[in-house]
Design a protein around this ligand. Sequence first.
Ligand SMILES: Cc1cc2nc3c(=O)[nH]c(=O)nc-3n(C[C@H](O)[C@H](O)[C@H](O)COP(=O)(O)O)c2cc1C
Length: 244
Amino acid sequence: MPLKIAGIDLINPLIVASGFLGLSQSIFNRLHKLGAGVIVSKSISLLPREGYINPTIIPINGNSYINAVGLANPGLECFSKEISQNDVPLIVSIVGSKPEEFPEIVNKLKNLNILGFELNLSCPHVEKMGMEIGDDPKAVYDIVKSIKNNSSKPLFVKVEIGNTDIIYELKKNIEIPIIGCGGILSYKDVVEYMMAGASAVQIGTVLGFEGLNSFNKILRGLNKYLESKNYSDVSELTGTAQRY
Ligand SMILES: Cc1cc2nc3c(=O)[nH]c(=O)nc-3n(C[C@H](O)[C@H](O)[C@H](O)COP(=O)(O)O)c2cc1C
């Protein structure tokens, strides 16, 4: 099910969402072996962050988590060493509070073997980071510019949307590829997101509840669906709902 997004070759449209299953190179390798098209790292900040005191992740209803981890991570220096020998398709999620922090992060990582960056503007529970910045168009502009000025690698900007109606509207109005994320538990959810306009999707929670093999289960379902509808290429699904 190969496809291309923003110049990146993916073996399939399933991407591991940021924050799931840690930050170690060994887990990235394992996820890749299990069928993840691309893995997004947990968000990395310039300096280490301890995050909030546990419990920070609570499962509810057998299919969701409430979480407030507080962007805990070992910081740029330590993470760049961890992934220095990386050879799996990895996007590094980055987070910060000021435009000045991003050139340092990007310059340290850009020559490593990574596909690109994801800017986390979606975190709802840390002051002056993530979603709070996402609500300020000038700050978003300055941060995106500071990243793009320092690296030619693809940059994905992660904002809080999490619903197919909004992806449908976005697809009507913008040309850049959209990656859907939020609530994807089965191949049907993947089909729905892609028909609305997503070029690929990210999954997180389902890996926690159904285990790492959920990749294969979703991919098998998606394959069967594509065959039954005579699609020859998974990217043909993108935006099909826009025609109706
Ligand atoms: C425990 C946990 C940690 C997360 N950490 C991050 C993070 O560091 N950066 C980020 O952009 N999103 C983070 N997220 C959000 C996920 O990447 C994803 O957007 C969200 O869980 C919705 O997708 P899902 O319904 O497939 O889980 C985290 C989510 C959880 C549950």
